[in-house]
Unconditional design. Structure first.
Length: 239
């Protein structure tokens, strides 16, 4: 099943003296269980493309679909609902709410969608155990290390069982040890849940965790390569 389809997508920013063409005719598709990294220097268009693929911005031209939804046909409220229900997000700076506990941060996507509180808290406990944060559920973000905050953010990103996970420099604010742990978790989520992941990064080591690397330059795809990260799904069930 195709989860993400991008067809000749373009994004031009206007407002200054000269329009900026951030994305110039990009086409790609991700099927269920794909793990793809966008890589390239600053200003190459990868962050703009990532925002388009996460339904956080609208393209200037081209067609973008997530599962069966054509984003051009959705109004702002429908896009918000799509992001809330079918997409998970992991950012470089975690974006946890400081006034909420770890448990409350993790359950937030379900509660915002009107889900059952008890079921959400039970699921949050299961995910916290999976990412090694059971002992931190009652703590606040400022009481956590950077690696713990990112793992909490990852649990929050998948609690509603999204079809697509968008990860923007997920290891960019972490030391090498915690970065490696986060990448391992992303790989496990991909294999065990068949979760489709689109990740943007500057780092070659981070990109190597993906199955494919799409290198961008000047708003276009410069090359696509397959990595050695492709593995058979593990038989172990995810909690």
């Amino acid at each position: 099943m195709i989860i993400l389809s991008v067809e000749d997508v373009r994004k031009t920013y206007v407002g200054g003296e000269t329009p900026v063409e951030a994305v110039r005719g990009v086409s790609l598709s991700l099927a269920a269980g794909d793990f793809v990294a966008l890589m390239g220097p600053s200003g190459c268009g990868k962050s703009s493309l990532l925002h388009l693929c996460g339904a956080m911005d609208r393209p200037t031209a081209g067609r973008l679909r997530i599962e069966t939804a054509d984003l051009a046909q959705l109004n702002d409220d429908q896009l918000t609902k799509l992001r809330r229900e079918r997409i998970g997000f992991v950012f470089q700076f975690f974006n946890l709410l400081p006034t909420l506990t770890v448990r409350e941060n993790i359950t937030l996507p379900v509660l915002l969608a009107g889900g059952d509180v008890t079921a959400a808290e039970r699921r949050a406990g299961e995910l916290a155990e999976r990412v090694g944060l059971t002992h931190r559920l009652r703590h606040y973000p400022q009481q956590l290390s950077g690696g713990e905050m990112q793992r909490a953010a990852m649990a929050r990103a998948i609690i509603h069982e999204p079809a697509l996970l968008i990860a923007d420099e997920p290891t960019g604010n972490l030391d090498s040890e915690n970065g490696a742990r986060v990448l391992n978790l992303l790989g496990e989520l991909n294999r065990e849940l068949q979760l489709t992941i689109l990740l943007a990064t500057h780092g070659a080591e981070t990109a190597a965790a993906a199955q494919r690397i799409i290198r961008m330059r000047d708003g276009k795809i410069a090359s696509v390569e397959t990595t050695s990260a492709i593995e058979e799904p593990t038989p172990r069930a995810f909690v």
